[in-house]
Design a protein around this ligand. Sequence first.
Ligand code: ADP
Ligand code: 5GP
Length: 189
Amino acid sequence: MATNKIIVITAPSGSGKTTLVKRLLASTPQLMFSISACTRSPRPGEEHGKDYYFYDADTFQNLIAQNAFVEWEMVYTGKYYGTLIAEMNRIWDAQKSPLIDIDVQGALAVRNKYPNQCLTIFIQAPSIDELRKRLIARGTETPQTLEERIHKAEYELTFINQFDKTIINDNLDAAAEELNKIVTDFLKN
Ligand code: ADP
Ligand code: 5GP
């Protein structure tokens, strides 16, 4: 009998969330990645139904009107992102627990909706300076988007106390191990 648990992971951009989530999924077969809906364009290599459900704005708004979302948000100007109720049910029906990769506001919204089933985890870089270095090294940002992300990171860090667990991603292997242990313990109980 599935217990309908949910793992919610959030982090300021550049903290290493994607890297850690990939490792966690590879080592924890009870988890299934919860595929969000969004209206941004796919990046090279991204696939509909694997990375996201890529919808146009009309389709997304129809889904909002049908109350199809656990939560939805305009994360960036004009770009909607949301967690579908049907996606959670698809994963629970497969006897797995959804792993949701989401921004801070979305994470708190999911927890409000499912207060007794969620483990919420905040992943943090060791410092803002280190976050900046990682974003520069990743090579995905312009000077302007880099500053936007740093600014958003400082804001998101003010919510850190609202999460069940926080992990400082300094040494990657140590952080991956800590994440694995926290999630395994939660799924066991
Ligand atoms: P996020 O998904 O939170 O934006 P990423 O997983 O893309 O972050 O990581 C940001 C960058 O930092 C990537 O280039 C990644 O390889 C690197 N990175 C992740 N964890 C560490 C770590 N512990 N130490 C150094 N670099 C890291
Ligand atoms: P990206 O466009 O880089 O894939 O994601 C941008 C941000 O949107 C990330 O912080 C990611 O965690 C967040 N995000 C992804 N899916 C959802 C979702 O379903 N709901 C919300 N609120 N945020 C999401």
